[in-house]
Design a protein around this ligand. Structure first.
Ligand code: ADP
Ligand code: MG
Length: 251
């Protein structure tokens, strides 16, 4: 009789690799306290969605994780590096190498074609022309966009532009991809394709994704959903239990 489960050789249980660790993050704009003490740990290769009503602080939290904004209090560590005490120059270098952003609106540069748009962050990081081109071509190929590489943004569909924006976010092989309502401007078909792409990329490159979304269909398929309301994570104890359970289930 065939065993129901394949026999797995004895190996030590995998310890999760912490990619993002956030402790006690607070942020105010004037009198308005937007983040009231956020604690959150995200493992390498996790796809986490952040949901919550408009004004809850989702974008602010994502910008702080992405080093684009500074918290008033608290600490953020990304892959073991404490970014809280870095100066502006160190932060922009760190961001360029380790973090990729995808926004709701693609923010591609209109005067450059798709290939060039993807190459630009690689140049900024010091890659040679041939290296940048090679990486950009590979990514566009992976996204099924090879035949669109020489087209400028105004010659691409909404879905294509957003996939080019994802390729641009990936060109420096960042550890973390941060996306703020990335499918907010797409129709259902393109939305589904973009969401599938995030999972394909995680499976291929092992990247960590934090995605702010209003899209229920995306939130439900991510590994974990963080509910943000009035600057606080709702039910943090339940979130932790779910994660531990998921880790146990994986082992
Ligand atoms: P969400 O993305 O969840 O809709 P945001 O993080 O964009 O929420 O904003 C949270 C609150 O902080 C909102 O009330 C918003 O108006 C305010 N806010 C965000 N950025 C700034 C800023 N730079 N200056 C002043 N207020 C801001
Ligand atoms: Mg927002």
């Amino acid at each position: 009789m065939q065993p129901i489960r394949p026999i797995i050789p004895n190996s030590p249980p995998k310890k999760p690799h912490t990619m993002i660790e956030i402790k006690g993050i607070k942020k105010s704009f004037g009198d308005l306290q937007v983040l009231k003490g956020i604690d959150l740990t995200i493992n390498k290769g996790e796809i986490v969605s952040i949901v919550g009503p408009s004004g809850a602080g989702k974008t602010t939290l994502l910008q702080i994780i992405g080093t684009l904004d500074k918290p008033d209090n608290g600490r953020i560590t990304i892959d073991g590096t404490d970014i809280s005490s870095m100066n502006k120059k160190q932060l922009s270098e760190f961001r360029n190498k380790h973090i990729g952003f995808v926004f709701q609106f693609h923010q591609l540069l209109p005067e450059f074609n798709a290939l060039e748009n993807v190459m630009i962050p690689a140049f900024i990081a010091g890659a040679s022309h041939s290296e940048a081109k090679k990486r950009a071509e590979e990514l566009l190929d992976f996204m099924g966009l090879s035949d669109r590489a020489n087209h400028k943004p105004n010659e691409l569909s909404g879905g294509e532009k957003q996939r080019v924006a994802v390729a641009r976010a990936l060109v420096n092989h960042p550890d973390v991809i941060l996306a703020d309502e990335p499918s907010g401007s797409l129709d259902t078909k393109n939305k589904t394709e973009l969401h599938q792409l995030f999972f394909d990329l995680r499976d291929k490159f092992g990247q960590t994704f934090v995605i702010v979304t209003h899209d229920e269909s995306l939130a439900t398929i991510t590994d974990r959903t963080i509910h943000l309301r009035d600057g606080e994570i709702e039910h943090p104890e339940e979130t932790t239990e779910n994660t531990e359970q998921q880790e146990q289930d994986k082992q």
